[in-house]
Ligand binder design. Structure first.
Ligand SMILES: Cc1ncc(COP(=O)(O)O)c(C=O)c1O
Length: 401
């Protein structure tokens, strides 16, 4: 679907994000006149005769060949995501980690240098620190601010990788500044925008070259599938697609269908999650059993001003420190009736995690405290339940501390 529709007066105006969520990337008339996108569950696609093969191999005809290279259902999901992000093209992966590791490996070679910001997703940092050097790729870990990133660039730097906002503290990087640093140095800028989503932030407008999402989260939105996506200009995405064709990490049609279905309500869900999270953050900030709240939407957050500049909403995730001992925090978590304890975020169900015992279980207490992961810290990822019920649930569980 074109990005712009003619209005009655013949002028063109961009379609809204909800319209793009529902119709983006889809053919108007689908197989069997269905209104929904068909699940084309086929590992291979047949050729009619030698002319059919020739037309395809000579590049005169676009069609599907083998499911590792894409299917009609996965391609529809990609086109819908590209419209939502305002990108020329998108490539789907079977999870966020394969999207981001493929993006890096497709663009870095032996002798190249990567600058990555310190507070990216734990597994992303682990990959950069432990795996990339095995291939002769040098990695510098920079503080998550444009100045530190700029200082870490060397003549061999090929990619800057950052994330915004980050987890669990909601740190925000200034995209405009990082975009400019990348352009000036001739270095590609990749940004993991999972926590922001294309509803709240459009990194490509700020000079970011490649946006990456764990589509497992807000994009699919129902805590039921794994998926990942990279989005950017056709050349860059094409390079990553070519890499995926040989290394795999492709999505199947069923997951792509669930992603498409989840995306139909993407704007509705994220708008709701933005509002609910803001309300809950304000409620918790005043609660006597809460020491501190980290939510970029609150003026008390150190990155609030940058977030306001580059984000339309502040997302569905926040963290807070409970004013209690470790066993008091555990009692609070145990007594929640709506929020459920588990990793992940962005789905319809509200999830709460205790980083000290889940994400960072393998660190000593000292190591955790050195990076700010106290026993009292919890992360709350809001679903789409009624905000009054979430607040009442938190209230009764905090009262049990
Ligand atoms: C910011 C961020 N990026 C990437 C990933 C990895 O995505 P996936 O779990 O879909 O592989 C995660 C997972 O939690 C994440 O939080």
């Amino acid at each position: 679907m074109a990005d712009k529709k003619k209005t009655g007066k013949g002028t063109k105006r961009p379609l809204g994000i909800s319209t793009k969520s529902v119709h983006g990337g889809e053919e108007r008339h689908k197989y069997g006149d269905s209104v929904t996108v068909p699940i084309v569950q086929s590992s291979t696609f047949i050729f009619r005769d030698e002319n059919d093969i020739r037309e395809y191999t000579s590049g005169h005809k676009k069609r599907f060949e083998y499911a590792r290279y894409g299917t009609p259902t996965t391609r529809t999901a990609e086109l819908k995501l590209a419209e939502l992000e305002g990108a020329e093209d998108a490539q789907l992966f079977d999870c966020g980690m394969s999207a981001l590791t493929s993006a890096l490996l497709a663009n870095l070679s032996m002798g190249d240098h990567l600058v990555i910001t310190r507070d990216v997703y734990k597994k992303t940092l682990q990959f950069a620190k432990n795996d990339l050097p095995r291939f002769g790729i040098e990695v510098s870990i920079a503080e998550p601010c444009a100045e530190a990133v700029g200082e870490a660039i060397t003549p061999r730097t090929k990619v800057i990788f950052s994330e915004s906002p980050t987890n669990p503290y909601g740190h925000v990087v200034d995209l405009g500044k990082i975009g400019k640093i990348g352009k000036k140095a001739g270095v590609l800028v990749f940004l993991d925008s999972t926590f922001a989503t294309p509803y709240n932030m459009k990194p490509l407008d700020y000079g970011v070259d490649l946006v990456i999402h764990s589509a497992t989260k807000y994009l699919a939105g129902h805590n039921d599938i794994m998926a990942g996506v990279v989005l950017g200009n056709a050349d860059l995405v094409g390079k990553i697609r070519a890499y995926q064709k040989t290394t795999g990490g492709c999505t199947d049609a069923h997951s792509a269908y669930l992603l498409i279905r989840g995306l139909k309500t993407f704007a509705l869900r994220v708008e709701r999650q933005n509002r609910t999270t803001m309300e809950v953050a304000k409620y918790l900030e005043k609660h006597p059993r809460v020491k501190r709240v980290w939510y970029t939407g609150l003026p008390s957050h150190p990155c609030h001003e940058i977030a306001k500049k580059q984000m339309k909403g502040f997302g569905g995730c926040m963290s807070f420190e409970v004013d209690a001992t470790l066993s008091g925090v555990q009692r609070f978590l145990r007594n929640l009736k709506i929020a459920q304890m588990g990793p992940s975020l962005g789905g319809t169900e509200t999830l709460i995690t205790h980083p000290a015992s889940i994400t960072y279980y393998d660190m000593t207490r000292k190591q955790r405290y050195d990076i700010g992961m106290t026993d009292q810290l919890v992360r709350l990822a809001l679903g789409v339940e009624d905000v009054e019920d979430i607040i009442a649930d938190l209230e009764q569980a905090l009262a049990k501390i």
